[in-house]
Design a protein around this ligand. Structure first.
Ligand SMILES: [Zn+2]
Length: 220
């Protein structure tokens, strides 16, 4: 009896007092750090709750109609992002969980690390796009890439507010602040996306980081 009531009390105290990012009863807020509870809310909440979380974080998006573009290609539930706290030149079209991962990565990884190493925030991300109707590694046969369903993005570099350029092709692996920046933002991306691939993975990725949420957990 006593044990039962102390369990109920513990449950009550959890829902009443646990901070939002550890509390399943509170709506997802992308301004809070990406804890395992927040990650669970994102993955189980569905697209509408995900888009509500992006709106709550002040991120403006244009929702796009679903499109089928041939065998294994096209997208559902995507939106276009031009500008969050960082500019994505020419915009990116992605599924909501990818956009939420990007929001977390920008706020909790890119900006703090840029401030720490360079004293200047990232202003622009250079990228090679998101949607492309193609197979993994551009193979003529084989399975479709996550790019074929707008579930992946290729990041090529960064421009800081002070004008400094950092690029994967030029700075990856260098013993410089730029090289350390790239290594850290690559490694931390693994907290936000299922699959993270960079120049150490293969020659095709020598000039960009690939992030996707296809369900295959790897960090290379
Ligand atoms: Zn890619």
């Amino acid at each position: 009896m006593l044990k039962g009531s102390s369990t109920l009390l513990a449950i009550y105290l959890y829902f009443a007092y646990a901070p939002d990012h550890y509390n399943l009863a509170r709506p997802l807020d992308l301004r809070h750090p990406p804890t395992f509870v927040n990650d669970l809310k994102l993955r189980l909440g569905g697209d509408e709750r995900c888009y509500q979380a992006l709106a709550r974080a002040g991120i403006e998006l244009e929702r796009l109609p679903d499109e089928s573009k041939g065998p294994g290609c096209g997208f559902e539930g995507v939106a276009r992002l031009d500008q969050s706290i960082i500019t994505w030149g020419q915009g990116i079209t992605l599924k909501c969980q990818m956009l939420a991962g990007i929001a977390w990565w920008e706020r909790h990884t890119l900006q703090p690390i840029a401030q720490e190493l360079f004293g200047s925030p990232v202003q622009r991300v250079r990228h090679f796009g998101t949607y492309a109707c193609r197979n993994v590694n551009n193979d003529s046969d084989g399975r479709r890439s996550e790019h074929a369903t707008a579930n992946a993005v290729d990041v090529a570099g960064f421009v800081l507010a002070d004008g400094k350029e950092i690029s994967v092709v030029a700075d990856w692996g260098e013993a410089s602040p730029e090289g350390r920046f790239l290594e850290r933002v690559h490694d931390r991306a693994c907290d936000h996306f299922d699959t993270v691939l960079g120049p150490d993975y293969n020659e095709l990725h020598r000039d960009h980081f690939h992030f996707d949420n296809g369900g295959y957990e790897t960090c290379q």
